[in-house]
Design a protein around this ligand. Structure first.
Ligand SMILES: *[C@@H]1O[C@H](CO)[C@@H](O)[C@H](O)[C@H]1NC(C)=O
Ligand SMILES: *[C@@H]1O[C@H](CO)[C@@H](O)[C@H](O)[C@H]1NC(C)=O
Ligand SMILES: *[C@@H]1O[C@H](CO)[C@@H](O)[C@H](O)[C@H]1NC(C)=O
Ligand SMILES: *[C@@H]1O[C@H](CO)[C@@H](O)[C@H](O)[C@H]1NC(C)=O
Ligand SMILES: *[C@@H]1O[C@H](CO)[C@@H](O)[C@H](O)[C@H]1NC(C)=O
Length: 486
């Protein structure tokens, strides 16, 4: 065999190794209408995505991931930290049910357990500060006891504000003073158990919260004025932020602790800086930035990262901002938002979900004869927006240019679709009507979506309030609304 063949084989081998080590995605499920797990898993495979990070351990999702080889990080939600941290029995049960069983009976490639999700966020007010390490430790012991301690590692996805720089340069990095001791204990535990540090890094949030933040510094095009840290130049926030962590670790004696980027991404709607153009620029820039495997100045090794996120979630809390429901590289229905080359498909393009089942092509809009000043209008809009999703309305968003009638129709339709096009969900008194004419404007990115068919899991899930069939909920709510108004 000639040397060219050998070279090609070596290149192929490396490509293969790289793809196994390649980009991961966060798969969240805070949505009113979820795509069936099998549909999502097929989409992952067709897009060559080899790693997923989950926020819990949903039975149906793990079942669908079985025998696919896709690496999985399962999660323990913050509200379970007290129970698994407080009782070894509870930790063992969690591991048996949510890890061991899936590995042994269904060959799910579980590699990590994420213990908590950003438990040290300031908004949690320290609630999880002293329970995270016990939870981490109990889960680790349970994994070892179950005989899977070397195959499945623990970690804690932390927000990037657990560390800070004393002088704005990465070299000034250290753990935040108010949580210094707990952080050090966690880091020592991770180091001793051969586990990685996981951090979520969000240049978008920096831009959102600080209007003076230099926009170019959020991206990877090298157009920003670099930060000169004692001769090391930083051209983007991501590198500087990751190295602030690397310095913090090094300063405390853990310079070799591996780092995973648990979440990184850019939203496409809900804010003037959250749009398709910026999201594409950021995510594509990030992919190119890490594709050479050269890492950052402090960590010149390939970066292990999970994009946030795979699919939009219309029930995420909008307390942090309206952009929260628009982080997906795919829309809620698995359709592609913008061209993005993850380096994992032959065509270099994203591949949409296949076989998606939609509801009928009909919409709920404002009745053309209803006057704008009908007193029912404002009330109805605020009711619809409160229960459905109006985060694409407002300054600088995808539907921000609608006129008043368009605006009102958007709100009505959102509520109608979320309630599975149930007729009663389009009975805003005298001001709404169901139409088969698509109200989507012909120019711009604004969409009046048709909802997908609701998917009801067959097994493993309780019917809580959140799972009550939507039509029933809406009948109750509309009844309530009617009673209140009369
Ligand atoms: C397994 O995980 C699910 C989903 O997070 C959770 O509801 C359940 O309580 C866990 N099972 C055990 C035995 O802890
Ligand atoms: C946070 O903790 C402080 C002091 O313990 C308390 O005064 C405050 O009300 C708490 N805030 C929240 C949101 O829990
Ligand atoms: C980190 O772990 C390594 C072995 O895995 C050990 O040699 C080293 O002493 C640990 N570092 C600290 C600061 O505990
Ligand atoms: C449309 O709705 C948004 C959000 O509810 C509001 O900020 C905006 O002013 C409305 N626009 C018009 C033209 O009514
Ligand atoms: C709807 O319109 C009718 C006739 O125009 C009127 O009699 C009725 O009171 C209106 N209903 C409501 C709830 O506004």
């Amino acid at each position: 065999m000639g040397w060219i063949t050998v070279t090609i084989r070596i290149v192929c081998l490396f490509t293969l190794l790289w793809s196994v080590n390649g980009i991961g995605v966060n798969w969240g499920t805070q949505a009113s209408h979820l795509l069936p797990p099998d549909t999502v898993v097929r989409m992952l495979r067709e897009n060559g995505i080899q790693k997923v990070k989950l926020f819990d351990a949903d039975y149906g999702i793990l079942k669908a991931l079985g025998k696919t080889g896709i690496e999985v990080m399962v999660g323990i939600p913050n509200d379970m930290l007290a129970s698994v941290g407080g009782s070894m029995k509870a930790a063992e049960k969690w591991v048996a049910k949510n890890v061991s069983e899936h590995i042994s009976s269904n060959n799910v490639n579980i590699r990590y357990v994420a213990v908590g999700n950003e438990p040290f966020l300031k908004t949690y007010n320290g609630s999880y500060l002293h329970i995270t390490l016990p939870a981490l430790s109990n889960i680790q012991s349970a994994l070892i006891k179950a005989g899977i301690g070397s195959q499945v590692k623990v970690t804690v996805p932390l927000n990037a504000d657990v560390y800070a720089s004393s002088n704005t340069y990465p070299s000034g990095g250290d753990f935040r003073t108010d949580i210094f001791d707990p952080m050090l204990k966690i880091v020592k535990f991770l180091n001793d158990s051969n586990s990685p540090f996981t951090v979520n890094i969000y240049p978008f949030i920096s831009l959102y919260t600080d209007s003076n933040f230099p926009v170019e510094y959020a991206f990877f095009d090298g157009n920003a004025t670099p930060l000169n840290d004692g001769g090391t130049l930083y051209y983007n926030m991501f590198d500087a932020n990751l190295d602030t962590l690397a310095h913090a670790l090094q300063k405390n004696g853990f310079g070799n602790l591996p780092i995973i980027v648990g979440e990184i991404g850019w939203p496409t709607d809900g804010d003037r800086n959250a749009n398709i153009e910026y999201a594409r620029r950021f995510n594509q820039g990030f992919m190119s930035h890490i594709s050479g495997g050269k890492g950052t100045p402090m960590r010149p090794v390939p970066i292990d990262a999970y994009l946030f996120s795979l699919i939009d979630e219309d029930e995420k809390s909008i307390d942090p901002g309206n952009f929260e429901r628009h982080w997906g590289i795919f829309y809620f229905d698995g359709q592609v938002k913008y061209p993005l080359n993850l380096g994992t498909t032959n065509s270099g393009a994203l591949i949409p979900a296949k076989g998606v089942q939609y509801l009928e092509r009909k919409w709920c809009v404002m009745k053309p004869s209803a006057p704008l000043d009908d007193p029912q209008v404002a009330q109805s809009v605020s009711y619809a927006c409160g229960l459905a999703d109006c985060t694409s309305l407002g300054y600088g968003t995808s539907c921000g240019n609608l006129d008043a009638r368009g605006n009102i129709s958007y709100a009505f339709n959102s509520y109608f679709q979320k309630n599975n096009q149930f007729e009663k969900a389009c009975e805003f008194p005298n001001v709404s009507v169901i139409t088969k004419t698509d109200p989507t404007p012909t120019v711009g990115n604004c969409k009046f979506p048709i909802m997908i068919q609701p998917y009801y899991e067959s097994a493993g899930r309780r019917f809580g309030c959140g799972q009550m069939p939507l039509p029933l909920v809406s009948v109750l709510l509309l009844l309530l609304l009617t009673v209140v108004q009369h």
